[in-house]
Design a protein around this ligand. Sequence first.
Ligand SMILES: [Fe+2]
Length: 318
Amino acid sequence: MRYQLTPIHCRPWLLNALSFKLIESHYENHYGGALRRLNAITEKLESLDFDKTPGYVINGLKREELVALNSTLLHELYFASMGGEGGKPPAPIAEALARDFGSFNRWKSEFVAMGNALAGGSGWVLLTYIPRDRRLINQYASDHMQAVAGGIPILALDMYEHAYHIDYGANAKAYVDTFMRNLDWNAVAERFEDATRVEPPRALKQPEFGDLPGVAPEEVKAMLDAGKAVQFIDARPRHFVSRTQDIIDGATWRDPERVQDWAGELSKTDPVVVFCAYGFHIGCKTAITLRDAGFDAKYMKGGHSGWRAFGGPVRQNV
Ligand SMILES: [Fe+2]
């Protein structure tokens, strides 16, 4: 399969203070060059007998394929990011920028500063949507390969010297200002709308435990920090506790084999959060047992390891 050309999206005659010569050179030589390289590499890869090709040849070609593919994609996004009148974005994306950066001006300050910081070097500044967290970040990429895994870039600023040298020489700051004045916010907003339709990665499913409610470790810590009366039960099997020698701050260990013995010590009015080593069977089963006995019990997602992974405090189990 060959990669096809995408026509230049911005109308070069509408651009403010960017010459035809610069835009044509950039599109034909740098975008076109990446696309042509990408197709040549693809053709080469298709011709290889992988069983007989040395690893260093495969490494080199796959690396160059990634460089050429990302360069192609990011240049297409760059040319689709211009052609407007800059200024302020329309409501949906303006609200998202304010939510994720504090304010539109704060977003702009960071984006522009990142562009200026690449003056004299090279790379990309991208506004990227991350479906996992349903949020936007400004992403730096010192070369074409530094992409956020699962991220969807919706706005691209090319800070390679070829993007501005013909018109601005070494004055990268003036070029960044010009880029911002040419931003096509309506196109960015459309891409944002498309990106927000991408679902986050699928959550862990444990259908064997029905609709047992779970709670994230970060939420449990926030409840404890706020002084809420949470009954926080470490229900890891006995051998886990003696082996790891640490226990979550604020939790009390109870033997999951003997729930009937200690359940009576719990209050039925305050919530119970119970966890095991990783948030699978033992924590869930213990939570179900407690719920069946009339307690307001939930299991903690990720268990003890999840708590440690997000940086929750633990103490030595002495
Ligand atoms: Fe470029």
